[in-house]
Design a protein around this ligand. Structure first.
Ligand SMILES: [Zn+2]
Length: 106
């Protein structure tokens, strides 16, 4: 829906693309606080982006723990698989990751 209440200069850019292109900096806390908050607000409301950020966070944490410079592809795939599995379990309607407030029901 286009309310036109906010004339955003980045309106022609996909906000998800913007978030995903910066999520590595976001995860590394390398963004300015305002940018970081912007992304946090987006992923709070956008499940696909939240998933992407979660995947990267978990992969990054595993890499840090194993002290290797690169995650082996096998490890990455295993992480992706387990995350997908968890999300299937969480994906039931009304679950903890239910859509944000004000979702029209009818
Ligand atoms: Zn998004």
């Amino acid at each position: 829906m286009t309310g036109g209440r906010d004339q955003d200069r980045d309106q022609d850019r996909d906000p998800c693309d913007d978030v995903l292109s910066r999520m590595y900096f976001f995860i590394d806390n390398e963004l300015a606080e305002a940018d970081s908050q912007q992304i946090q607000q987006h992923i709070d409301a956008c499940l696909p982006c939240l998933r992407e950020v979660d995947v990267e966070r978990i992969v990054k944490a595993l890499i840090a723990r194993s002290c290797t410079e690169r995650a082996p592809r096998e490890l990455r795939q295993r992480v992706m698989f387990s995350i997908r599995h968890v999300q299937l379990e969480l994906g039931n309607p009304g679950g903890p990751f239910a859509p944000g407030p004000g979702t029209p029901d009818a």
